[in-house]
Write a new protein. Structure first.
Length: 311
């Protein structure tokens, strides 16, 4: 297939692109900078210059492709308080792709998340399907991003082989600068490897290589309207993560009272305080996906998260 990929040079995309090329697919990657374009070309992908706001570029690239994988999201805007604006841009891109692909039975995949789907329970692929998000944690931007996932699944009724691949908060691996790297940085800054309360809150996780493999399988064989979970570890207690971090950095491991969590962990506190164990049993059965990369704790123990930061 000729596959158009947005976010192709990002953390997930830079693993998805070689996964697709190695399987014989031709990749066209969206690049908004010279650095991204160079990285894509080096990986063997065709480069299409543009941004997520260039809807005409998205439209023409999708029209020329046999499938689309939409991974781009304006995280820089989202994490600076503009989550709703980022979600709105995401929705415009999804609607644009939907218009182009309608009636073609071509595959269209987007990335979404598992965090907060069924707090305190073991979330499954069937959770999060309600038309109206429930719970205070879904207010504002997160509710809009969930609505974007619903809109993608609904494209199945318009003749698009649409799928939503839900990613856990930790897609780990060497080079990760996401949530887990932020937890390590906070421990360094505070001089203590902390966890909230009793540390029993569970996070699902997946190695980046396994997530990339699932995107390829979904592109090739997922049925229309699928919600899929890229989850290898169903739920790793945050205290276990803190203990590994403390051991590698030579720091004490301590509980942070819930009332002090926002000051200690800043914006990450709300996420670390969620108990979000997640199953991928349905995804594995449906697509034959079997994670082979290291689990979260084993990957942490490899040491790459603790390399001394360079200036």
């Amino acid at each position: 297939m000729r596959v158009f990929v947005t976010g192709a040079s990002g953390w997930i995309g830079s693993a998805v692109v070689p996964e697709l090329i190695d399987a014989g697919h031709q990749v066209v990657g969206l690049a908004r900078s010279d650095a991204s374009a160079a990285a894509l070309a080096a990986a063997g992908a065709e480069v299409r210059r543009g941004t997520l706001d260039d809807l005409d570029t998205l439209r023409s690239a999708a029209a020329e492709s046999d499938g689309v994988i939409h991974l781009a999201f304006k995280h820089d805007i989202a994490f600076s308080g503009g989550f709703e604006d980022a979600a709105a841009a995401d929705r415009r891109a999804i609607d644009t792709f939907g218009e182009v692909l309608a009636g073609s039975d071509r595959p269209f995949l987007i990335a979404s998340g598992t965090l907060g789907l069924a707090p305190g329970l073991l979330a499954t692929e069937q959770d999060g399907q309600a038309s109206a998000p429930m719970g205070a944690h879904w207010a504002g931007g997160p509710a809009k991003r969930l609505a974007n996932a619903h809109a993608t699944v609904a494209l199945a009724d318009r003749g698009v082989r649409s799928s939503v691949v839900r990613l856990p908060p930790t897609v780990h691996g060497d080079g990760d600068h996401g949530f887990l790297a932020t937890v390590v940085a906070i421990a360094r800054e505070k001089g203590v490897s902390g966890y909230i309360g009793d540390g029993a809150h569970r996070w699902p996780a997946v190695h980046r290589s396994d997530a990339a493999h699932l995107f390829r399988l979904a592109l090739e064989i997922a049925p229309a309207g699928s919600s899929l979970h890229a989850v290898a570890d169903e739920g790793v207690p945050i205290r276990d993560v803190a203990e590994v971090i403390g051991r590698h950095l030579g720091l004490p491991v301590a509980s942070i009272a819930p009332g002090d969590a926002a000051e200690h962990f800043t914006w990450l506190a709300a996420y670390l305080g969620m108990d979000s164990a997640t199953s991928s049993a349905y995804t594995r059965q449906l697509l034959g996906w079997q994670p082979t990369g290291p689990g979260l704790i084993d990957d942490l123990d490899k040491g790459h998260y603790f390399a001394t930061p360079t200036a």
